[in-house]
Design a protein around this ligand. Structure first.
Ligand code: H2B
Length: 105
């Protein structure tokens, strides 16, 4: 089982610093969450990306809200345990950006 420490919501300073490192992510309107759309070559590439992301989600106990159709993956990140953005979201977004490098997105 996971050693559960409840994630803390980022302060506005932490938030700005974190978001500056993931410029491809947009803040969702009306909600403390971030969003990025990934476009891949085809479904195979999109699914490969999602598989790697799913492993990280399980390892870190931090799970995405996402939607996939064919070569497109829409990802929204937020931390429901603190009802907003935590460092976990910034870390996960950074990981997803790495996975998408070199792939068509
Ligand atoms: N994922 C996300 N995105 N936010 C959370 O707060 C969260 C999670 N909490 N995955 C975890 C699971 C928690 O609900 C369980 C009980 O550990």
């Amino acid at each position: 089982r996971f050693l559960s420490t409840v994630p803390k919501r980022l302060t506005s300073t932490e938030r700005s610093l974190g978001l500056a490192k993931i410029p491809d992510w947009k803040v969702v309107e009306g909600r403390d969450a971030i969003y990025r759309r990934f476009d891949f070559k085809d479904f195979n590439e999109a699914w490969g990306f999602m598989s790697r992301a799913a492993l990280v989600a399980e390892q870190t106990n931090h799970h995405p809200e996402w939607f996939n159709v064919y070569n497109r993956v829409d990802v929204t990140l937020s931390t429901h345990d603190c009802n907003g953005l935590s460092q976990n979201d910034i870390n996960f977004a950074t990981k997803l950006d790495e996975f998408a490098i070199g792939l068509k997105s």
